[in-house]
Design a protein around this ligand. Structure first.
Ligand code: NCD
Length: 297
């Protein structure tokens, strides 16, 4: 794999290879600190991040690399420097990989056409967030052994969610059933063509789910109003304590973060017995080591 730009187009074997590598990293053996020794991984975050940036940084360090952390704040973007000029200038300093997050869908793809080093998409607009989908699949696989045949219910702001799109491709490739539940205004037209089932009746599908993934309501990407109020969204689509009672006993609850506690997920559920939200974060480091290894080899 030269770049990791999205899950769409990856085969099941590609995905399973990353998951296998991540499993080895999770056990800390063999020592991987020589893999990228003397190399530099550049994090280019044109958009904010807590988990993704820090875990790419920790993953790169664990492989022995130096990390260049570039963020828009304080950069020449404020002077009008373009994405391509920024990317080419950072590349000229000699990194082996660029980890790019950008508010525009396709930005890492554009960058990849103009640089020689590897490019990893750390979230592009509303399009894809491949490392998140891989760490989510890893979290599910580690609990279940196999993702194949399981039902994963993804709830909320599907329209603006790169996490939902990448997860849909990844989970389908691994043989899971994916059900998307959202108000019709927050469902992209034609998403069924990608292999998802679609509903807006949360209470009907909840008991079928082996895992429920709640998505953040992405107010910053919503130019207009997609639902009357946060309160109404929460009443119809929020995973609250009463709904959690109706989950299968061993069902898993995921959220990519950052959470709007009390909107798409109640604090009691986020911190409750079904939640694997912090496992997702922990697994993110192993997955990102595996990704860096794959693209830099
Ligand atoms: C997500 C993102 O930025 O796409 N967060 C993450 O990377 N864990 C989800 C979100 O912003 O809602």
């Amino acid at each position: 794999m030269k770049h990791l730009l999205g899950i769409e187009g990856l085969t099941r074997a590609d995905i399973e290879s990353v998951l296998r590598r991540a499993e080895a990293h999770l056990h800390g053996a063999p020592d991987a600190s020589h893999v990228l020794r003397g190399k530099v991984v550049a994090n280019l975050f044109f958009e904010d991040s807590t988990r993704t940036r820090t875990s790419f940084e920790m993953a790169a360090h664990a492989l022995g690399a130096e990390v260049l952390n570039w963020t828009t704040a304080g950069s020449s973007v404020s002077k009008g420097e373009t994405l391509l000029d920024t990317v080419r200038n950072i590349e000229a300093t000699g990194p082996v990989a660029l980890v790019i997050r950008h508010r525009s869908s396709g930005a890492p793809h554009l960058a990849a056409r103009h640089v020689r080093c590897a490019v990893i998409n750390a979230g592009d607009g509303t399009h894809e967030h491949p490392s998140q989908a891989l760490l989510d699949a890893f979290t599910l696989q580690r609990r279940w052994g196999e993702v194949e045949g399981r039902t994963v219910l993804i709830i909320g702001d599907i329209l603006h969610s790169r996490v939902a799109r990448s997860n849909l491709h990844c989970l389908r490739a691994l043989g899971a059933r994916v059900v998307l539940c959202a108000p019709p205004t927050l469902l992209p037209a034609g998403i069924e063509a990608l292999g998802a089932e679609v509903t807006w009746r949360l209470d009907d599908v909840l008991p079928q789910a082996d895992a429920v993934m709640c998505l953040r309501v992405q107010s910053e990407r919503q130019g207009e109003s997609f639902f009357p109020s946060a309160r109404e969204f929460s009443r119809l689509f929020g995973l609250n304590a009463a709904r959690a009672e109706r989950l299968k006993p061993g069902a898993l609850v995921l959220h990519p973060g950052p959470m709007n506690r009390g909107v798409e997920i109640a604090p009691a559920v986020a911190d409750g017995p079904h939640s694997v939200i912090l496992d997702q974060v922990a697994h993110g480091v192993a997955i990102r080591r595996a990704i860096l290894e794959e693209v830099c080899q």
